[in-house]
Write a protein that binds this ligand. Structure first.
Ligand code: SF4
Length: 337
């Protein structure tokens, strides 16, 4: 683990048991939400985590904040193993991390004034007296582009974008090293989305905070991410620097997600062949055999349902989970219909 790495995740697994019976509970199956994934988040940088709903992105975000207990694997935060720390050992992690949720309408308590909402983590951490905390709230409001007077309003008096600014201010209260932003712009109008993404970028430049930025939309993570991990049915299927993932994707799933995302490079746009997906994402209770993507992959052949691919370094810093990425690149394996 190098100095620049803030979060290191290795072989992380989270299975949710499905039980039957009232008194004598019996495990009958499990939801394999996250299934053996590894990645890093660097200090002051952004890892974009992308995939459809049900791919395991949000579970991953909650696992690295230890809001959920992992089934197996390891999570290191700033060099310390936090995988199995009990709740009373997580104080330092709670202080050094924050979360911004998707829906700014439900994530803020409508009965509380903004000053009390933003002050909450400071009060819990016994950060200082009332006066000091209120000054900090004013400072945070300025940081997210709101005014001092806004401290004394209620959430319903703000627009969606402004409420998300309040949520960001609350997440920043204790000057965290990491913020998990879980679909932070998907409930907002397109015109507001760009402003909030810019806000995240500006704050990162000013404060050096790292982000795990979760989104179902690759175009949203493009401008903010240094690296991107693409998830499908509990697995990371492609991982690498953002510009490489956008301009030279290797996995058929990433290619399909990118089919609808424009890039400002006419050569790249011309060279892209549309890769269209079949059907819906399968259930994580009983994922497909072999490569989990084979039921939807246009390139799938018989071997894909029999053999499980392992994550492979295809190019420097660029990893892919596909048995035939090379053949697809070389054009010796083409779409099957
Ligand atoms: Fe598609 Fe087969 Fe590669 Fe899976 S292993 S992504 S099914 S070509």
């Amino acid at each position: 683990m190098t100095e620049s790495v803030l979060v290191e995740v290795k072989n992380l697994v989270k299975h949710f048991p499905i039980t039957k019976g009232i008194i004598f509970k019996k495990n009958v199956a499990s939801i394999r939400a996250v299934d053996d994934i590894s990645f890093e988040v660097e200090r002051g940088k952004t890892l974009g985590l992308v995939g459809e709903s049900g791919s395991g992105k949000s579970t991953t975000g909650r696992l690295i904040l230890r809001l959920l207990d992992p089934t197996s694997g390891t999570i290191k935060f700033d060099g310390s193993d936090i995988t199995n720390l009990p709740e009373d050992g997580l104080k330092d992690l709670r202080r050094r991390t924050g979360i911004v949720f998707q829906d700014p309408y439900s994530s803020l308590d409508p009965r509380k004034r903004v000053v009390d909402i933003i002050a909450e983590p400071l009060v819990i951490a016994k950060w200082g007296g009332r006066r000091k905390i209120v000054e900090r709230v004013y400072e945070l409001l300025g940081l997210v582009g709101l005014r001092r007077e806004d401290a004394y309003k209620y959430p319903h008096q703000f627009s969606g974008g402004q409420r998300q600014r309040i949520a960001v201010a609350r997440a920043l209260a204790l000057s965290p090293d990491l913020i998990v932003a879980d679909e932070p712009v998907s409930a907002l109008d397109v015109s507001v989305q760009a402003k909030i993404i810019n806000l995240f970028s500006t704050i990162q430049k000013e404060l050096g905070v790292a982000y795990l930025f979760i989104s179902h939309d690759l175009s949203v993570v493009r401008y903010i991410s240094d690296k991107v991990a693409v998830m499908y049915l509990g697995k990371i299927v492609e991982y690498g620097p953002s510009d490489v993932i956008f301009e030279e994707p290797l996995h058929p799933y990433t290619k399909s997600l990118l089919t609808v995302v424009p890039v400002p490079n006419p050569k790249v746009m011309r060279s892209r062949r549309p890769t269209l997906l079949r059907g819906e994402i399968p259930s994580p209770i009983n994922p497909p055999s072999g490569c989990r993507f084979h039921t939807r992959c246009p390139y799938a052949i018989k071997t894909c349902s029999e053999e499980e691919p392992q994550i492979t370094q295809a190019k420097p810093n660029h990893y892919v989970l596909c048995l035939f990425w090379k053949e697809i690149e070389e054009g010796t394996l083409t779409p099957q219909n």
